[in-house]
Unconditional design. Structure first.
Length: 267
């Protein structure tokens, strides 16, 4: 019996030693955060942590929290204040973001919620207070992680911050009503944007797939691509349709190949 006990002890120690380590990223290192963007795109898609609003995809607060947790940044509610009046239930919340590595506050977000908002007329008081906290969490993360969510292929605004009815079956306005007069002189860029919006509403635009966006991000992470080039493309990646994304991928591959050949020749 004693021999069996002695033999079993190393097995237990081995199991403890084989505990999976939590992978984390450093927000100060752009290469690492680009890898995180690829991971985010997959995680958000697989777990349906986004909502389609008027043809664009917005991430739920759970998706933002996942991004923060991978960076070791967690939300801490500082306060929830009741600012209600006689005819309105209204709460304000503040959330700080704590970096677990340095134990320092690295961001903050304020938000309010009221039963006067569309769709919240019959919300109970605790639900209004809870939504204020949820919005503050999303807002805090948005202030420092918006570009990572954008790089993952989603709109850089939390779902909970959007002002919409939430009814997917609501009637869509006709395309002409969406054309609003511009301020003084209209530029070619704004005209193109109007055309893009009209095509989107008609359902004729096929936006770049998640696989295409992941490939673009992977190529942008090549050391031959400059930081300026990365930033410029990441800011526009959510506007790419399938054809434009395919062209971007081919162009990046050619640029990388040419630059790598040039480096080899110089060596």
């Amino acid at each position: 019996m004693k021999a069996n006990k002695i033999m079993n002890q190393p097995v237990k120690e081995t199991k403890v030693q084989k505990k999976a380590k939590i992978e984390s990223y450093d927000i100060a290192k752009s290469d690492e955060t680009l890898h995180l963007a690829v991971d985010l795109a997959k995680f958000i898609k697989e777990n349906r942590l986004y909502q389609n609003i008027q043809g664009k995809e917005y991430v739920n607060v759970e998706g933002w929290q996942y991004a923060g947790s991978r960076l070791g940044i967690l939300p801490v509610v500082e306060h929830v204040v009741n600012i209600s009046t006689d005819d309105e239930i209204k709460y304000q919340a503040k959330v700080n973001l704590l970096d677990l590595r340095s134990q320092q506050v690295v961001g903050a977000g304020f938000a309010i919620c009221s039963n006067k908002e569309q769709g919240k007329k019959y919300y109970q008081e605790f639900a209004i207070a809870s939504m204020a906290q949820t919005r503050a969490i999303g807002k805090a993360y948005r202030n420092i992680l918006a570009w990572i969510i954008r790089a993952a292929g989603y709109e850089p605004t939390p779902v909970e911050e959007m002002d919409y009815g939430g009814n997917e079956t609501a009637a869509k306005p006709a395309v002409p009503t969406e054309k609003k007069p511009t301020m003084k002189s209209a530029t070619a860029q704004s005209a193109a944007a109007t055309s893009e919006n009209a095509e989107e509403q008609n359902g004729s635009v096929r936006y770049a797939s998640a696989k295409q966006k992941e490939e673009i991000i992977r190529l942008l992470n090549n050391p031959t691509i400059t930081r300026q080039e990365k930033t410029k493309m990441l800011l526009n990646i959510n506007r790419f349709d399938e054809e434009r994304a395919a062209q971007a991928i081919e162009k990046l591959k050619k640029v990388i190949e040419d630059r790598e050949d040039g480096q080899s020749a110089a060596a």
